[in-house]
Design a protein around this ligand. Structure first.
Ligand code: FCB
Length: 465
């Protein structure tokens, strides 16, 4: 028997069905994200050079069942289909990356006009569909020729990156106004040069690793300057970094204080130095004799002002106050801690509230985008041809609820890019982990929007949960 309230009131909806108290700010930017090597394929076409991911994925034993990005989603050819999917979803923005070896096959030297032509056509098609291009210049596909000369262990790679960024900005600045220098330095350095599980598969010493981190952030700074000088007045520049996601163990003043300290220290060699121009004392102390070697001039370059900061968030790291030198401690997760299909992807929705808030409070960042968030699921195509990824919908609902909480409190997050539009090549996991809201049959390249894609389209239309 109906009581005082009807169902709509009970679930907090207004008569129009709009979730009045769970909406995002007006003009909030909804997008999706992909990366060149994960979707493009066509690795030998139109003069593209070899990247470290071609080499790594073709080295036996490095990736799941030896899978490579040779074909991936074939988006190099099928991008009109992908853009049609974006349009149908109502996406306002598309984050994609340019493959450096398509522009400079050898990393430096002679540029490849066909590479520029491809991305111009792609961006024009996006604009035609009413979708704004958000371009990342480096999503891990370093030209092999540069790796052969030391890769990110070498200052010359940072300089080459600056030149590639400036050249590309000068050629595409009319169709791209939103630029990100690099994607997740913390991943490509720590996993590629530290743990050796991503390309180029090295396990450097502590000092050499610290130096590689330094050349990565230095390369970012050089690229910011080069884009600024070449892309035209409308250019807005940032990067997409996977902040170490410290969150307080629970809502208590001492743990919030601990999370602030953790945020600054855990992000010391990346976000923190980029926004402060200094390596945090605690970081230098922990590195000791293995600290990076740097000049004052390099530190200035690293902290070149940007217009926004992109943050990729998947997991959370709960910390609590501790009476030690750092003032915090990270708690070890029990084995029952829930995760998605990728074992590393533990579920921590509150990261979407705390991380942007702590970034604004501790580093003074004034404008942010969530440049990646999403999850892997064991998706299957049901007998009726649909993909019922209810777990992904659960994950996204939980995270976006926390983002809405942040935005409604005035934390300056201006947009959100879901990873990913399509199932794609998940690096060392090959095609075994699906992150798309669109299912891709890798044999036929058939694309099927999943339940989560309908969820996302509905959320965009309502601008709220
Ligand atoms: C991020 C990467 C992205 C994708 C997602 C799942 O770390 O930036 O390319 O692999 O994880």
């Amino acid at each position: 028997m109906p009581g005082k309230f009807g169902v709509a009131e009970m679930v907090g909806e207004t008569a129009e069905g709009a979730a009045s108290d769970r909406s995002f700010s007006q003009g909030f930017l909804w997008g999706s994200a992909t990366a060149a090597y994960q979707v493009e394929g066509a690795v030998k076409e139109d003069g593209r050079g070899v990247s470290i991911w071609d080499t790594f994925s073709h080295t036996p034993g490095k990736t799941f069942q030896g899978e490579t990005g040779d074909v991936a989603d074939d988006s190099y050819h099928l991008y009109p289909k992908d853009i049609a999917l974006m349009k149908a979803l109502g996406l306002k923005a598309c984050r994609f990356s340019i493959a450096w070896p398509r522009i400079f096959p050898e990393g430096t030297g002679k540029p490849n006009q066909k590479g520029i032509d491809h991305y111009r056509k792609f961006c024009e098609a996006l604009l035609e569909a009413g979708v704004t291009p958000y371009c990342t210049l480096y999503h891990w596909d370093l030209p092999q020729a540069l790796e052969d000369k030391g890769g990110w262990q070498s200052k010359a790679t940072a300089q080459a990156f600056g030149e590639y960024a400036g050249y590309t900005a000068s050629k595409l600045g009319d169709v791209i106004h939103q630029w990100m220098t690099m994607n997740e330095m913390a991943s490509f350095i720590e996993l590629g040069y530290g743990a050796g599980v991503h390309a180029p598969g090295l396990k450097l010493s502590k000092q050499k690793l610290a130096q590689a981190r330094h050349w990565a952030v230095y390369g970012h700074g050089l690229a910011v300057q080069a884009i600024r000088a070449n892309a035209g007045r409308e250019a807005r520049i940032g990067s997409a970094e996977n902040a170490a996601s410290a969150i307080p163990a629970f809502n208590a003043p001492e743990h919030i204080e601990a999370a602030k300290k953790a945020f600054v220290l855990m992000n010391a060699p990346y976000l923190t130095v980029m926004h402060t121009g200094r390596y945090a004392e605690g970081y230098l102390k922990k590195q000791g004799a293995d600290a990076p070697v740097f000049t004052a001039e390099e530190m200035k370059v690293i902290a070149t002002p940007t217009d926004f900061q992109g943050i990729n968030i998947y997991t959370a790291t709960p910390v609590r106050a501790a009476a030690n030198e750092d003032g915090f401690e990270v708690m070890k997760a029990p084995s029952s801690y829930p995760h998605m299909a990728s074992p590393w992807l533990s579920i921590g929705p509150e990261a979407l509230y705390w991380v942007p808030k702590l970034a604004a409070e501790t580093l003074g960042i004034k404008e942010m985008y969530i440049t990646e968030n999403g999850c892997s699921s064991d998706d299957v195509v049901a007998e009726d041809g649909e993909v019922y990824d209810t777990d992904r919908v659960m994950y996204l609902t939980a995270y976006l609820t926390q983002l809405q909480r942040a935005v409604s409190e005035g934390v300056p997050v201006k947009g959100y890019f879901l990873w990913s539009l399509l199932d794609n090549y998940e690096w060392a996991d090959g095609y075994s982990k699906r992150f798309g809201i669109t299912y891709v049959d890798f044999k036929t390249q058939k694309r099927t929007p999943k339940l989560s894609s309908k969820f996302y389209g509905n959320l965009i239309a309502r601008n709220g949960l």
